[in-house]
Design a protein around this ligand. Structure first.
Ligand code: PLP
Ligand SMILES: N[C@@H](CCOP(=O)(O)O)C(=O)O
Length: 472
């Protein structure tokens, strides 16, 4: 498998290249050059298999020929042994034909662990083989950061810097990142939004001297190796509900468009997905572009689902690349226009193509709280605010559907204990932290607050790396 940049001018790379490069050198995102396909029989044969076995079958064509089967199987088995629920992504039923896929049973209690546990081990594998070291730099609105830190802490061949927006994550999310006591882990609180953090990250990748100097790699979903393991849970859920002999719908709480792009990728490889529902909070650029064609950046609104407080939705570029028939120049022009003017208009033909698969719903703060409350009243289940955005969107889609026979799976992306205040506000019940995190509030925090300024951040990274190398 080779990977091609969405902006068309970077060199093609193999899986290892895509993993280590993160963002392509032309500023684009890597996608598979062609989509491998799984037949109906291939999918049927996955019914009843364990999650790691499905993961191996789904991901194998994407890592081939870089990672031999036996090594890859070991990486997958070790990754999913860290989950408290052996099925990794269990389904629970919320209503007639409505399912929650619980993706928060990994070490840091959010769906990010599903990919990040694999990514950390893939880095180790490739770096050992090449006898190399890297500096991982990431941007987080709350969950990517802790999952990445958990996956990389203590590894001898990588240092990790995570930028989060100062005071814009939940306290649990922040403490999960800032209380990790490992020499190779560095947290930076940027005075700004997640978009500012992500812009800084992309600027570091696009500064080729800095990039080569610190040997940067990225753990955000701009890295294809983050998307790939997320395809697996769409396949696992769908085959357990009867695919390929029936179609399935998914609703995905969406921010950076990574998780839902993984659903799109699952469809491309042959999974019979009928609809993918984009569920947005008040930061609704994706809902607006689907419903009107106008892709216009607005202010980032802080919400009770902070991990989705995003306007610049990076992975949308991957979808655009397919919508524009893989014309890298057209995508580079659109992205330049976005940077220069803050807006572009999705072509009519491209929007019509997108609407064959995607629909979009915006869920406000009051509806989010009401949904947490209603789900608790109906089933005594506590859900987090991101999941609630998804459930409300799924209810609306189900109400509007003429054919109600297609199962709808809503991705439950975080554990309610990550957002205890709002869950308690809605239900009167405070979700407890799991056993391994009970001392979270007693642990010492370590992070550096920096202004939203590229020079200041890169200087800090250089100095910290130099100090870290003295202590190794
Ligand atoms: C809990 C939670 N839900 C939903 C999302 C949105 O996912 P994505 O950014 O891949 O669209 C995120 C952030 O990624 C998240 O942390
Ligand atoms: N919601 C994310 C934002 C970063 O998204 P990513 O999927 O590109 O890593 C977070 O929680 O940090």
């Amino acid at each position: 498998m080779r990977y091609i940049s969405t902006r068309g001018s970077a060199e093609l790379v193999d899986f290892e290249g895509a993993l280590m490069t993160g963002l392509a050198r032309d500023g684009g995102l890597y996608v598979p050059e062609t989509w491998p396909t799984f037949s109906a029989d291939d999918l049927r044969a996955m019914r009843g298999l364990s999650y790691p076995e499905i993961a191996f079958r789904v991901m194998k064509p994407f890592v081939s020929p870089c990672i031999p089967d036996e090594d890859f199987k070991k990486i997958i088995d070790e990754s999913y042994a860290t989950f408290v629920d052996h099925s990794v992504a269990p389904l629970s039923q919320l209503g007639p034909n409505l399912w929650l896929m619980e993706l928060y049973h990994g070490p840091t209690l959010a769906f990010k662990d599903v990919a990040m546990q694999v990514l950390g081990r893939l880095y180790d594998y490739v770096l050992n083989k090449r006898d190399k070291r890297i500096t991982v730099v990431g941007a987080t609105s709350g969950d990517t950061g802790s999952a990445a830190i958990e996956a990389i802490r203590g590894r001898s061949r990588a240092s990790i810097f995570i930028m989060h927006p100062n005071n814009r994550t939940s306290e649990v999310q922040r403490r999960q990142m800032t209380t990790v006591d490992a020499n190779n882990v560095h947290n930076i609180a940027i005075e700004g939004t997640f978009d500012d953090c992500q812009n800084l990250l992309k600027a570091m990748f696009n500064d080729h001297d800095f990039r080569d100097e610190i040997k940067i790699s990225g753990v955000n979903s701009i890295n294809w190796a983050r998307i790939m393991p997320q395809m697996v849970y769409y396949v696992a859920a769908a085959v357990s509900l009867g695919a390929p002999d029936r179609t399935i719908n998914f609703t995905v709480p969406t921010g950076n468009f990574g998780d839902i792009f993984a659903g799109y990728a699952a469809k491309q490889i042959g999974l019979p997905i009928d609809k993918l529902v984009i569920a947005s909070n008040l930061n609704d650029i994706l809902t607006r572009v689907m419903n009107t064609g106008a892709h216009t950046l607005g202010e980032v609104h802080p919400t009770m689902s902070p991990s989705m407080d995003i306007q610049i939705s990076s992975n949308f570029e991957r979808l655009l690349f397919d919508l524009y028939d893989r014309d890298g120049k057209a995508i580079a022009d659109l992205m330049n226009q976005l940077t220069e003017t803050g807006t572009f208009t999705l072509g009519q033909a491209q929007r019509e193509k997108a609407l064959k698969l995607f629909t979009a719903q915006r869920v406000d703060e009051e509806q989010t709280l009401k949904t947490i409350e209603k789900v608790y009243q109906q089933s005594e289940k506590l859900i987090d605010p991101h999941t609630a955005v998804g459930v409300e969107a799924a209810w609306r889609e189900q109400d509007a559907a003429t054919d109600k026979s297609t199962p709808m799976v809503t991705l439950s992306t975080a554990h309610p204990a990550k957002f205890p205040d709002n869950v308690e506000k809605a239900t009167g019940t405070r979700p407890p932290l799991p056993q391994h995190m009970l001392d979270l509030y007693d642990r010492e925090e370590r992070f550096t607050v920096l202004p939203n300024d590229l020079e200041t951040v890169t200087t800090h990274i250089r100095k910290t790396l130099a100090a870290e190398s003295q202590t190794v």
